[in-house]
Design a protein around this ligand. Structure first.
Ligand SMILES: Nc1ncnc2c1ncn2[C@@H]1O[C@H](COP(=O)(O)OP(=O)(O)O)[C@@H](O)[C@H]1O
Ligand SMILES: [Mg+2]
Length: 160
């Protein structure tokens, strides 16, 4: 892990991840070590993202990462649907999984430029828990501002 990946939340994306997500296009899903899935339906997107994540990670031989990765993509997709929609963007979002030698990355794109923000922790609050979960289960997470919105990403150590 590089120094850039240390620390809680809002990390700077490593260049190998930025190069995949910057200018990402779901119509070109064939990047090596990468798989993309377009999500359109508000009611089924989180489940579709979890299924896609399990299928791809099993296929890549990272079955041990499936439970944590499914939880994280579920939170990121739910956030993209909920918060980007509040900003006036539709339910069309994209999930991409990427691997390199030591990490698996997941990234969820939406059209809003508003960025995620960890809420202060409260035992009593029913909201504001999703990014704390992402923070706890991933080795780093953050966002990349792109030409058409942003990608919120999280990384998992594929060797652990
Ligand atoms: N994709 C996103 N687009 C815009 N804002 C976001 C996005 N994801 C998260 N946020 C912001 O970060 C806050 C914290 O997110 P989260 O911890 O998942 O809590 P919750 O979704 O319950 O509000 C959200 O309330 C929202 O303001
Ligand atoms: Mg949330």
């Amino acid at each position: 892990m590089t120094a850039e990946l240390a620390g809680p939340g809002a990390a700077t994306a490593p260049p190998w991840l930025t190069s995949v997500f910057d200018g990402d296009n779901a119509a070109e899903p064939g990047l090596p070590g990468s798989a993309a899935c377009a999500l359109h339906s508000r009611s089924t997107s989180a489940a579709a993202a979890r299924d896609f994540t399990a299928r791809i990670l099993y296929g890549w031989g990272f079955a041990h990462l499936v439970p944590d990765a499914q939880l994280v993509v579920s939170e990121l997709v739910t956030n993209a649907l909920r918060h980007a929609q509040r900003d006036g963007f539709g339910p069309s979002i994209r999930l991409r999984l990427v691997r390199n030698r030591s990490h698996i990355g997941c990234g969820v794109s939406d059209g809003s430029e508003r960025v995620p923000a960890l809420s202060p922790w409260s035992d009593l609050s029913e909201t504001g828990r999703g990014l704390h979960l992402v923070d706890a289960l991933s080795v780093a997470w953050g966002w990349i501002v792109t030409a058409d919105g942003k990608v919120v990403w999280a990384l998992f150590d594929s060797c652990s």
